[in-house]
Design a protein around this ligand. Structure first.
Ligand code: ADP
Ligand code: MG
Length: 325
């Protein structure tokens, strides 16, 4: 039988040294912040049956629970430093822990982000990570910084994760190949950390966030916090490769309000255009200009000809219930 402490030692406490002064094993971890830098902190919780299906592959889950946290750092333009892991597990299942820790540490190592502590308890499967990053004062990409005249940009491509969900829920019939390809975007999101850091450190972008609940709803947060409005060209949105084979109405709805995309949406002055394209190329991430920030409040959706679009859309809200009509 695997005890709580054996479990931590065996699967989560790895040989040091890392970035922390003191890692797993004491009452607190100790971090020595880089002098002059600000600490960016974010938590994201993944609950079985809510954020992922029961029986989900543990390796993919290990990747995803850290990826969504790294994505928050990316959205602020912060450099990942360390994270804690609070785990509720129904049982100490070695095969599950092996897969989970592999997926988790593969992504952690790719970003130089060290696991420095956490908590482990028995209970329905629930994974909560708190992540710590660093950003130069004044450079964080905040939601309240968009200005009229800014371009609106999106990293990567949208909609495939939502398409995968539609396949799993039998809203749509997908081939096994389509389900796998779209499912990879849902289960293994790529946090845009390098792009976020470049946008912040080169002062290219003004406001940013990562798209987790659907573009239209999430962009609404920037508009509200910044006291501005926007026009979004729905036909300019970058479409995920699997969704790209589907009909126009579905493409528009799943790109505009799908959810689980973990792409960056950011605003930037027109003078940044060339440098943003160069930054995207430097980190191998597509960047697409999809709209403009305006003084008039509200979000106006238009098609490729600038004609107003009435899409039936709703972002994801845990308490209002799932949406995407
Ligand atoms: P305490 O009871 O003092 O809170 P615990 O006994 O819960 O400490 O944990 C012992 C050590 O193991 C602590 O350093 C804690 O941060 C770490 N830890 C516990 N669970 C995890 C986990 N899932 N991942 C990483 N570290 C963990
Ligand atoms: Mg504890």
């Amino acid at each position: 039988m695997l005890s709580e402490f054996d479990l931590i030692t065996e699967y989560f406490n790895r040989p040091r040294p890392g970035a922390a002064v003191l890692g797993i094993g004491d009452d607190c971890a100790l971090l020595a912040p880089t002098p002059g830098m600000q600490t960016a902190i974010s938590s994201d919780m993944l609950v079985e049956g809510r954020h992922f299906f029961a029986g989900e592959d543990p390796q993919r889950l290990g990747h995803k629970c850290l990826a969504v946290n790294l994505s928050d750092l990316a959205a602020m333009g912060a450099k990942p430093v360390a994270f804690t892991l609070a785990l509720a597990l129904p049982s100490a299942d070695r095969a599950w822990l092996q897969g989970f820790s592999q997926g988790l540490f593969a992504l952690a190592d790719a970003h130089g982000c060290e696991l420095i502590g956490g908590d482990t308890t028995k209970g329905p499967l629930n994974i909560c990570i708190t992540i710590f990053g660093e950003v130069t004062p004044g450079q964080a990409l905040r939601r309240d910084a968009a200005q009229p005249g800014d371009d609106i940009w999106i990293s990567g491509a949208l909609g495939d994760a939502r398409l995968a969900l539609a396949g799993y829920n039998n809203e749509l019939a997908l081939s096994a190949q389509e389900q796998d390809a779209a499912g990879a975007r849902m289960h293994l999101p790529t946090p845009r950390v390098a792009l976020g850091m470049l946008l912040a450190s080169q002062r290219l972008a003004r406001a940013a966030l990562d798209i987790s609940d659907g573009l239209v709803g999430d962009l609404g947060h920037i508009l509200k916090k910044s006291g501005v409005g926007a026009t979004l060209d729905v036909d300019a949105l970058p479409c995920g490769p699997v969704l790209a084979t589907k009909d126009l109405d579905l493409r528009r709805r799943f790109m505009a309000a799908g959810g689980d995309d973990y792409e960056l949406c950011f605003t930037a002055p027109v003078s940044s255009r060339a440098a943003i394209i160069a930054a995207g190329a430097q980190c191998g991430t597509a960047v697409t200009r999809v709209g403009v920030i305006e003084t008039a409040p509200g979000l106006r959706l238009v098609d490729g000809n600038g004609v107003a679009l009435a899409l039936r859309l709703q972002g994801f809200d845990h308490f209002a219930g799932t949406a995407a009509s």
